[in-house]
Write a protein that binds this ligand. Structure first.
Ligand code: BV8
Ligand code: ZN
Length: 260
């Protein structure tokens, strides 16, 4: 029988009926906080590179100061950014369901910013690491930032990575680069959440990067329903029960908190 309810109302009903929900987020989640997505062209010193080319061990080995400068510029941008209404809606939704005892909410993010946490939401599972957890490239010890970089609009300074206090090696960003494996603990937490949820809400991801992009399909195979919030088209369009074509900061407050 044809579902005649407006998609948003039907999606809200599906969310209310779900016992265990995973919210799977990508760079589009932070776009309205002013944090560039991976699809956005790079600027300044990095304009001649693609993010995919810079986010690799090879790029860092070839020019550590260029790559460390890029990550420090991104970290300064994130520090200057604020969580948007979408981050806040997720935080409020998770808190409400916890208070009502109406089922768990797990946030699994591909993002390396800390905006989910700063919105007060549940600590997200970070599949691709964090801008705020540098580590030694030689001995793996956690590292400390040497300076607090100013926010430069276009970005564009080469910066030497600080030295490890344990062994003197160069620090590296605490993110997962292309060609690197994902952190075991994060992967297994995300995988278990996908296998045990009955609804996965995908927000602001192009669904292009693996193995992360395989996780929502894993939830589908385990019997979950997939919902998507994205102004654009992605491979998840064909898998989604409801495709809400809009931005995170406008759709999520209406979808999760009833704020129209
Ligand atoms: C691995 C951290 C094996 C870094 C990221 C050749 C060589 C090597 C590997 C490969 C290869 N070919 C394929 C691969 C695999 C590769 C891959 O998938 N490549 C892709 C490009 C084809 N994957 C890997 O390399 C992974 N590792 O395979 O290792 C291995 C295994 C075991 C042991 C050793 C090795 C590692 C991948 C992780 C890379 N790191 N981030 C950093 O941040 O600098 S990935 C990065 O890009 C993001 O984290 C994210 O995951 C990914 C894509 O970004 P999205 O989040 O989807 O955002 P995107 O910009 O793409 O799109 C934005 C979306 O938002 C759009 O849909 C847009 O419409 C929407 N949007 C915009 N505005 C809004 C919005 N939505 C809502 N509201 C809005 N306002
Ligand atoms: Zn070290």
């Amino acid at each position: 029988m044809m579902d005649t309810r407006p998609p948003l109302a039907a999606a809200r009903d599906a969310i209310s009926a779900a016992r265990r929900i995973v919210i799977f987020t990508g760079a589009g989640m932070s776009a309205e906080s002013g944090v560039p997505t991976f699809r956005d062209a790079l600027t300044g010193l990095w304009a001649r590179f693609s993010a995919e080319a810079l986010a690799t061990p090879e790029a860092f080995a070839r020019d550590p100061e260029l790559v460390w400068g890029w990550y420090e510029w991104r970290r300064a941008r994130v520090r200057a950014a604020q969580p948007n209404a979408g981050h806040r809606a997720i935080a409020e939704f998770a808190a409400r369901r916890a208070a009502e005892g109406s089922g768990g909410v797990t946030v699994v993010t591909q993002n390396v910013d800390d905006l989910h946490e700063r919105a007060g939401g549940p600590a997200a599972v970070h599949l691709h690491g964090s801008l705020f957890a540098p580590r030694c490239g030689a001995c793996g010890a956690p590292g400390a930032f040497a300076t607090v970089e100013p926010v430069e609009p276009e970005g564009g300074r080469r910066l030497a990575p600080p030295r490890c206090e344990q062994c003197g090696g160069a620090l590296r960003p605490g993110v997962v680069w292309f060609g690197e494996g994902l952190p075991e603990a994060a992967w297994s937490a995300a995988s278990q959440a996908m296998d045990s949820c009955d609804l996965v809400l995908c927000v602001g991801t192009s669904a292009l990067v693996y193995p992360a992009a395989a996780l929502p399909e894993q939830a589908l195979r385990a019997g979950a329903m997939l919902l998507q919030v994205n102004p654009g088209h992605t491979a998840f369009d064909a898998l989604a029960r409801f495709n809400l074509k809009g931005s995170a900061a406008t759709v999520l407050p209406a979808l999760l908190c009833g704020n129209h």
